[in-house]
Ligand binder design. Structure first.
Ligand SMILES: [Zn+2]
Ligand SMILES: [Zn+2]
Length: 348
């Protein structure tokens, strides 16, 4: 089986990022006065959290190698990337976002996430550490990712005399500044996808630490059952079911998890059972493709109820690519990564 190198959800996310930035933004979500607490370092990710995540990565990879050997080519790279992100995440020294408790309540009461993708503080050092350390792990055969790595290195080198690299890393968080950089990135569309994937992989620990800090200080309300992330307003990368069959969502951008109704399209909020359905492959009864006839979008769901441990979701994004092919062959569309309710109409 030929395995595309990037999860298609990520490809779509990149298109969305380019669109939202080049349109200058018709954003619906009100601006958040989120700023960093100077001199305060987030404590939201302890040694023990780090160890648990490392164990989850190794356990999930070991299982995936046995159960999904078709993806064998990408496991060494993913193992290196995930472990690197975890070790870097522990050392992220960015100050946590500050937001007043009454503003948090007001936002959630009105159905808005706490911030937008570009409002997370980024730790430049940790991003650069991943960029430096991942190079030996990029397979020789993946020339696209190697080219993307080289272009990012060049941008960081050129920017170094003027800033600490922060403006380069902001390209990947979806800020307006992207349009200023676009002409300086000599990459074809295919390589641009790799470029965004790589950049986002580098800033991911900062994003996750920011989200963790917010959810520790402000637990997501039980009643939040929107189709989009309560922290950043992204659509879920994956859905999963737990317990008696309750559905949960996993954020494609900040890794936050939240509850969903059992029957609910995360994209258009349709809750009518006659227009919601699912597909599955007999060989994989724990996986579903849940689709909506109204918006034509689909989401992948992992039924974790018979699993000993929750899977490592960033790995699941990669090892379910064949489900995307199945869904798309059946005529269903991959949703964008951004909720239209929050970010406006950035879809195709
Ligand atoms: Zn999120
Ligand atoms: Zn829908």
């Amino acid at each position: 089986m030929a395995v595309p190198f990037l999860p298609s959800e990520r490809k779509k996310a990149n298109h969305d990022a380019v669109k939202i930035l080049s349109r200058g933004g018709s954003r619906i979500c009100p601006g958040s006065p989120v700023f960093v607490l100077e001199g305060v370092v987030s404590m939201a990710y302890s040694h023990s959290d780090c160890d648990k995540e490392r164990e989850a990565i190794l356990r999930s990879l070991s299982l995936a190698k046995k159960q999904k050997p078709a993806y064998g080519d990408i496991y060494p790279f993913l193992e290196a990337l995930f472990l690197l992100q975890v070790s870097v995440k522990r050392g992220v020294t960015v100050s946590p976002p500050s937001i007043a408790a009454d503003l948090v309540r007001a936002k959630w009461d009105n159905g808005f996430p706490l911030c937008r993708r570009w409002e997370f503080p980024l730790d430049v050092e940790s991003a650069q550490e991943i960029h430096r350390s991942i190079l030996p792990h990029i397979p020789e055969t993946n020339q696209s990712l190697r080219r993307a790595h080289g272009v990012l290195a060049e941008l960081l080198f050129r920017d170094a005399p003027h800033s600490d690299g922060g403006s380069v890393w902001r390209i990947f968080s979806g800020e307006e500044g992207w349009v200023d950089w676009e002409e300086e990135i000599p990459l074809a569309q295919e390589d641009l996808v790799s470029f965004f994937f790589l950049g986002r992989s580098c800033i991911r620990p900062s994003i996750e630490r920011g989200a963790l800090d917010l959810t520790e200080r402000f637990p997501v309300p039980e009643g939040w059952m929107k189709g989009y992330c309560p922290i950043c307003g992204s659509l879920p990368a994956l859905l999963f079911s737990v317990g008696e069959g309750e559905r949960r969502a996993y954020c494609s951008w900040c890794s936050t998890r939240w509850k969903l109704h059992r029957l609910q399209c995360p994209s258009c909020d349709n809750r009518h059972h006659e227009s919601l359905g699912y597909l599955y492959a007999e060989s994989e009864p724990n996986y579903r493709i849940q689709y909506c006839r109204l918006c034509r979008n689909y989401f992948k769901l992992v039924d974790t109820r018979e699993m000993l441990d929750l899977p490592y979701f960033p790995l699941e994004e990669w090892t379910t690519l064949h489900l995307d092919l199945l869904a798309q062959r059946d005529g269903w569309q991959q949703p964008g990564a951004l909720s239209k309710v929050v970010y406006g109409d950035v879809g195709p």
